[in-house]
Design a protein around this ligand. Structure first.
Ligand code: GUN
Length: 281
């Protein structure tokens, strides 16, 4: 079987070109979408993600700002920064980059963000609305994956979808989105026994494990659609996914490359949700 790449980078580019026009139209009306990213500490992976978010946002015309804070600040000080952004009329989207330093209560910080400015979909109000099927911001990575699957007209209804990973950022919302589109979902995680028995049954596999090349071709059902959320570094510092793409070639029907698959879609959804905050205002 020929394996086709799900080219997130290409779709991201296409969507961002349309966004440039949408932002220009808003600017003509005197409205400039503003996105502020708060980064606490100097985790190298987070720094890279934040730099990319800022660059892409600026490229489509969003007024983008990054507030970099020392890892030693207190939770109270961080909350004060968030409260100020909540009040700032030029800021439409607020994103606090995760993970936060260990001395902070992540949920408390996320809860402090005005849920109407939450462009990550991590605020409990937005998470709750999402669970209930109401409107609101959605987590960007699973939303980007759904957008990519739709672009390639991949059928979801009635399919067996396996999500490996149960994080609030990816696994849980991913499973819910696939369920909403009528897949039969299974969630696997680090305590799951016989993972291979599950992957062998899955028409769609989303790997959000955080271990490089953990899933190899022999795990997969022939014709499976494989989505690789992994962003791991190998021993040479090279970015690799959770799936060993090479061994999956010829077995999977579709697969997302790493890099160039899910990552650019995540950022695109962040921009989309920021722009939409202004368009619907
Ligand atoms: N850390 C890793 N991914 C994300 C994301 O999508 N949003 C935030 N805020 N932090 C992250």
């Amino acid at each position: 079987m020929e394996t086709q790449l799900l080219e997130g980078k290409k779709l991201a580019k296409k969507m961002q070109t349309v966004m440039e026009t949408r932002v220009s139209q808003l600017k003509e009306k005197g409205l400039t979408p503003g996105l502020t990213v708060v980064l606490v500490g100097d985790d190298p992976a987070s720094q890279t993600y934040v730099r990319n978010k800022e660059r892409q946002a600026t490229k489509v015309g969003i007024k983008s700002e990054v507030i970099r804070l020392d890892a030693s600040i207190t939770e109270e000080e961080l909350l004060q920064v968030v409260y100020q952004l909540n009040e700032d009329k030029t800021v439409h989207g607020i994103l606090v980059q995760l993970p936060l330093p260990r001395h902070m209560n992540e949920q408390r910080v996320l809860r402090a963000i005005d849920y109407e400015k939450d462009v990550d979909g991590f605020h409990p109000m937005n998470m709750g609305n999402f669970l209930l099927g109401n409107e609101g911001a959605l987590p960007c990575t699973p939303l980007g994956i759904m957008t990519l699957l739709k672009e390639y007209e991949i059928e979801i209804e009635g399919k067996n979808a396996l999500v490996i990973g149960r994080s609030n950022i990816v696994g849980k919302p991913m499973a819910l989105m696939l369920m909403k589109d009528h897949a039969t979902i299974t969630i696997a995680h680090s305590r799951t026994k016989n993972l291979k028995e599950l992957t062998k049954q899955a028409d769609i596999v989303v790997a959000a494990i955080g271990r490089g090349h953990f899933i190899t071709g022999d795990f997969l059902k022939p014709g499976a659609v494989v989505v690789d959320v992994g962003m791991n570094r190998d021993e040479n510092g090279k970015l690799i996914g959770d799936v060993d793409t090479e061994s999956a070639m010829g077995i999977a029907s579709y697969i997302t490359p790493v890099p160039g698959g899910v990552g650019p879609m995540t950022i695109t959804m962040l921009l989309e949700q920021t722009i939409r905050k202004v368009e619907v205002d």
